[in-house]
Design a protein around this ligand. Structure first.
Ligand code: ATP
Ligand code: MG
Length: 419
């Protein structure tokens, strides 16, 4: 019986894989220019890491984690998100010493047991950044600016930044009480999940995908009206700094993020094309308490992540050239083949993509293969050429053929081939 891939987890094939690598190169270059260091964490983490950071009542922890026990009965999971693992690494390796201010980026697959739809899978990849040790609103603004610049470089035109502040431990408790009473009065209209988490975290209702809950939360009290002085000042500065960097944004009080660790700034970038219901391309916010919650020193944090699959769905489709072969070496006879075997590998060392068929096929078959590979040139070598010490180089576009002495093959290819 044929074995298939796991539901919601996909192979990445041509031409998507080419575009994927391009996105990765563009993101890496941009993030490194902005001073971020690449970090790679294990796929498997202790379940407790996410239970403690994301919050026991978060969707991720309650419903979406791939949890398993190892032979000793310890609970592990496939990581569902990147912030908690980066913070764990920051604490574990004392990366805050001697300088708390550190900037990291990652490119990593994430695992969530989701109900599948377009743009929602059980394995997806996120590229994200985390800035640790900086609480200034400039940092919030420059990270949001960075994400929009990434989208711009990827050719995305139709996206919008939605910004909110969700307060902190000074102003949120009183607001939470208000919100609980508002939702309690309309409790029968809420979905089961929102009802059950009403007391623990009523703000999650803003993030609920259920239409009825969305309707109820539209008229709910807004935290923006209840921010404490420092949170309000921080939010004003973030907005001002975004204006200075010419990043257009809308304030949307329904942006709350689904995880417990966020304070103050929360934002999402939405795409108006290609994604349907899954219109959030990327999201992030401030998490000043998280490092301490996970056992490290009291350290501020800000980060975002963007899903690569959703990016690909909303990017303009690009002609991806196959580009697998610059020169195809066609051989006739065993001796020619033995000679070409070393030649082909020497050519490849010169950043020229060279291909060969070792199966002793007819010239016609080899020419067809060269065509399928999109070869610019075919270099022909048979017994006759071998005895003369020269080969025939055919330009596949113009059909023009020239003789090239063996000693000149590499230099001729270097001159003619367009990389
Ligand atoms: P959503 O509200 O759409 O479920 P989320 O709040 O769970 O998103 P985050 O945890 O903020 O998403 O993840 C950051 C980004 O990762 C999202 O904006 C999205 O681009 C992507 N992402 C999240 N979950 C999935 C998924 N199941 N499949 C594909 N991409 C995803
Ligand atoms: Mg989700």
């Amino acid at each position: 019986m044929q074995i298939q891939s796991v539901k919601g987890m996909h192979d990445l094939l041509m031409p998507d894989s080419v575009q994927w690598q391009k996105i990765r190169a563009i993101a890496s270059e941009l993030f490194e220019n902005f001073g971020f260091q690449y970090l790679e964490m294990p796929v498997v983490e202790r379940t407790e890491l996410f239970a403690r950071s994301s919050g026991h009542t978060s969707d991720i922890v309650q419903k979406q984690m791939y949890v398993f026990q190892d032979k000793k009965g310890e609970s592990f999971c496939l990581r569902p998100e990147g912030t908690a693992p980066v913070v764990r690494a920051y604490i574990e390796h004392r990366l805050y010493y001697p300088e708390a201010y550190q900037k990291f980026y990652y490119w990593a697959p994430m695992y969530r047991y989701e109900r599948m739809q377009k743009g929602r899978y059980r394995q997806h990849t996120q590229v994200g950044i985390e800035v640790l040790g900086a609480h200034e609103p400039y940092v919030d603004a420059e990270c949001i600016f960075l994400l929009t610049e990434l989208y711009r470089r990827l050719g995305l035109a139709a996206f919008s930044v939605e910004l909110n502040s969700i307060g902190d431990s000074t102003c949120r408790p009183a607001y939470r009480e208000k919100l609980v009473s508002y939702f309690q009065a309309k409790v029968s209209a809420l979905c089961e999940d929102c009802q059950s988490r009403l007391k623990k975290n009523p703000m999650r209702t803003f993030d609920c995908k259920n239409e009825a809950c969305k309707e109820v939360s539209k008229k709910a009290p807004r935290i923006l009206d209840d921010l404490c002085g420092p949170c309000a000042t921080h939010f004003e500065s973030v907005k001002q700094s975004l204006k200075e960097l010419k990043v257009p944004f809308d304030v949307n009080s329904a942006i709350v993020r689904g995880l417990d660790y966020y304070v103050r700034t929360a934002f999402e970038v939405k795409s108006s094309i290609g994604l349907g219901a899954q219109d959030t391309l990327g999201a992030g916010g401030r998490y000043d308490g998280l490092v301490k919650t996970l056992g490290g020193p009291d350290t501020a944090g800000f980060g975002f992540a963007t899903g690569i699959e959703r990016l690909m769905l909303s990017m303009p489709s690009q002609e991806v050239s196959v580009g697998r072969c610059h020169v195809f070496v066609a051989v006739l006879g065993d001796k020619a083949r033995a000679f070409a075997f070393t030649l082909v590998n020497q050519i490849r060392l010169k950043h020229i993509k060279a291909e060969i068929n070792y199966e002793n096929k007819s010239l016609k078959v080899q020419m067809k293969q060269a065509d399928r590979l999109g070869a610019q040139y075919v270099l022909m070598i048979g017994d006759h050429e071998l005895s003369e010490g020269k080969s025939i180089l055919r330009n596949m576009q113009t059909q023009e053929q020239v003789e090239v002495a063996f000693s000149n093959i590499i230099s001729t290819l270097e001159q003619r081939i367009q990389i």
